[in-house]
Ligand binder design. Sequence first.
Ligand SMILES: C[S@@+](CC[C@H](N)C(=O)[O-])C[C@H]1O[C@@H](n2cnc3c(N)ncnc32)[C@H](O)[C@@H]1O
Length: 210
Amino acid sequence: MAKDFVRLSKEWFDKQAPVYDETDTILYSKYGKISCKYIYDYLKDKEYKNLLDIGCGTGYLINMLSKEKDAEYVGLDLSSEMIKQANNKNIKNAKFIEGKSDELPFEDNTFDIVTCSQSFHHYPETNKPLQEALRVLRKGGLYILSDTGVGPFEIVGVKFDDFLYRCFATTGDCNVSYLKKMKKDMMQNGFEIVQAEKVTTFIYAIVGKK
Ligand SMILES: C[S@@+](CC[C@H](N)C(=O)[O-])C[C@H]1O[C@@H](n2cnc3c(N)ncnc32)[C@H](O)[C@@H]1O
């Protein structure tokens, strides 16, 4: 029977939540901090009125951004415990809600910016989350995705990781990708690519425009 990766992700992050921010290792917040910093730097000179962070975790990115820029911030995450940690930060102009990346509870054309840091590899399917991000963006809005991929190993790496995740992983990881493939997936789902680069050997970042 196919694994329920969404349930596994929720259980994994509900457990991690109380110590996520302070545990700076690969299985916890190390890569998230790198991706959030990339997104933060990218947004420094951009104008926006509102921003949605999908898979927001403990609100790490929104917390950084809200200190820099006055805007309306919304964080959405599968894990109620991650949302609790985000709410505990009492971030000005921010609200955090439970939800799933493939069923966003927002009207079409709502946000100037949508971000997604180190969450996409937990989404069992690629197209619906990309279509949902595009749907809730305003025309001209930006989707900034940063995630861990298989770096230079590309097709072979994806097949290998996919096998490991489907057979052994209990962490909800299930959708490994790489820069070239995700760029193509984003274009096929209607994004215009503005920027695409490796942040480290295994972390990539792509900015798509609606
Ligand atoms: C590695 S954490 C990253 C958290 C944060 N974005 C960061 O960079 O620090 C991945 C987050 O994605 C969330 N997540 C996983 N699958 C999800 C889904 N289908 N919809 C929404 N959130 C999801 C998890 O609950 C978790 O909080």
